[in-house]
Design a binder for this molecule. Structure first.
Ligand SMILES: *Cc1c(COP(=O)(O)O)cnc(C)c1O
Length: 403
């Protein structure tokens, strides 16, 4: 049996065709595939606007800038996520404040966030970054209600959840990141994520002002739109006294301190090609999850992520299939010997040395820390074969009965 990783991309002949055709076209960056990918992605998620950027971390950074994070702002997020969810606040000079997770869903616990808000004077916190961890869609409607009570913005880190949805209180299916409840949402196209583009990221929003801001921030804060220019025609043309006429074609203005966070056109072509298979991939992930569910449901040594949006429906996107067990290290090593490379998501961000320097310490979030000591992500990717999955499950059962 060849090595089985926890996640793996799949590249088809049409993906290769899509990329190579861009290589011989006129545009290697910011060509027609960028807009095509953005439009198709926005349509897939059900958001009005999408902005493609160089990776998910850049997407978080620009989303935090567009949300207006500034030095002294305080933003709440979960400790159980990839560190970038928190780091984007630091890039803008803000403070990260963590709140503990729900031990059953492994998501940021809204009741912990509410308690934090109630314990502090109003306007202490400016925003919340909930994460659709493992692909489990956050009940964003509930977070919106809470954020509105306190005048806060929401950035949804939906990197794990393209295609996931939850049902809101009106019975409407809301796709993760569709911009109905969160102000901004972000995605990553790293090879382990649902849609692989090598590197790549996307920001979605329904807010036109935020959208326009993101477009300029992606490319140095430069605008070429004549209606937005603030300098005079005289300055732009270099012609003394010139007051009427049009701005010359070369002229552009840098109005904000932006970045070069552009995606290349061939990455966009790969993303667009992969997006065509997104539904298929998601269905396969759900199928794999059901097989794991069945295998572990009567096993009292294993706990799975509990799907509990009260009586309402949801679709989990299964970026990860996480189990919890007492001897996590033992199982990890046992599987590794059998060429099965399970992974751990995540070491709590507040315990990373960088965040410990900011004053966070062991014991701050007991549920997140307990979760970390037991969690293991099993192989989960569309091309995992039935035979491979059966092998994984058999090895887990053997390990557990040998103890
Ligand atoms: C992958 C990921 C990111 C960062 O995306 P990159 O494209 O690797 O920069 C951010 N948040 C979460 C939850 C992720 O899984």
């Amino acid at each position: 049996m060849k090595p089985i990783p926890y996640g793996r991309q799949e590249i088809t002949a049409s993906d290769i065709q899509a990329v190579t055709s861009v290589l011989t076209s006129d545009y290697l960056t910011q060509g027609p595939n960028i807009k095509a990918f953005e439009d198709a992605f926005a349509a897939y998620i059900g958001a009005k606007y999408a902005v493609a950027v160089s990776n998910g971390t850049a997407a978080l950074h620009l989303a935090a800038m567009a949300a207006g994070v500034k030095p002294g702002d305080r933003v709440i997020t979960t400790p159980i996520t990839f560190a970038a969810s928190a780091n984007c606040v630091r890039y803008c000079g803000g403070e990260v404040v963590f709140a503990d997770i729900d031990p059953d869903t492994f998501l940021l616990d809204i009741n912990k966030v509410r308690a934090l808000l109630e314990q502090h004077p109003r306007n202490t916190f400016q925003g919340i970054i909930p994460v659709d961890f493992a692909g489990y869609p956050v009940d964003m409607e509930a977070f919106r209600t809470l954020a509105d009570e306190y005048g806060m913005w929401i950035i949804e880190d939906a990197c794990h959840a393209p295609g996931a949805w939850f049902t809101d209180s009106k019975g409407v299916r809301q796709m993760a990141g569709n911009g109905v409840y969160a102000d901004l949402a972000i995605y990553s196209f790293h090879p382990v994520k649902h849609i692989a583009a090598g590197e790549g990221g996307m920001i979605t929003t329904n807010d036109e002002t935020l959208y326009k801001k993101l477009l300029t921030l992606r490319t140095h804060g430069i605008t070429k739109n004549q209606n937005d220019f603030s300098n005079s025609l005289e300055m732009a043309t270099g012609v003394p006294g010139m007051e009427t006429g049009t701005f010359p074609g070369w002229y552009m203005e840098m109005q904000d301190l932006g970045f070069n966070y552009r995606l290349t056109d061939f990455q966009a072509a790969l993303g667009l090609s992969q997006l065509q298979r997104a539904d298929e991939g998601l269905m396969r992930r759900v199928e794999i999850a059901r097989v794991y569910d069945q295998a572990f449901q009567h096993n009292d040594k294993i706990e799975c992520q509990q799907l509990q949006l009260k009586e309402r429906d949801l679709e989990h996107a299964y970026h990860l299939y996480v189990i919890k067990l007492a001897d996590r290290l033992g199982l990890y090593n046992y599987l590794k010997e059998k060429n099965i490379y399970a992974q751990v998501h995540y070491f709590p961000t507040h315990l990373m040395p960088y965040y410990r320097q900011q004053g966070w310490k062991p014991g701050d979030f007991p549920l997140a820390e307990k979760y970390y000591s037991q969690c293991l992500s099993l192989p989960m990717f569309p091309s995992l074969t039935e035979k491979e999955q059966t092998f994984v499950i058999d090895q887990i059962n053997q390990f557990l009965t040998s103890k």
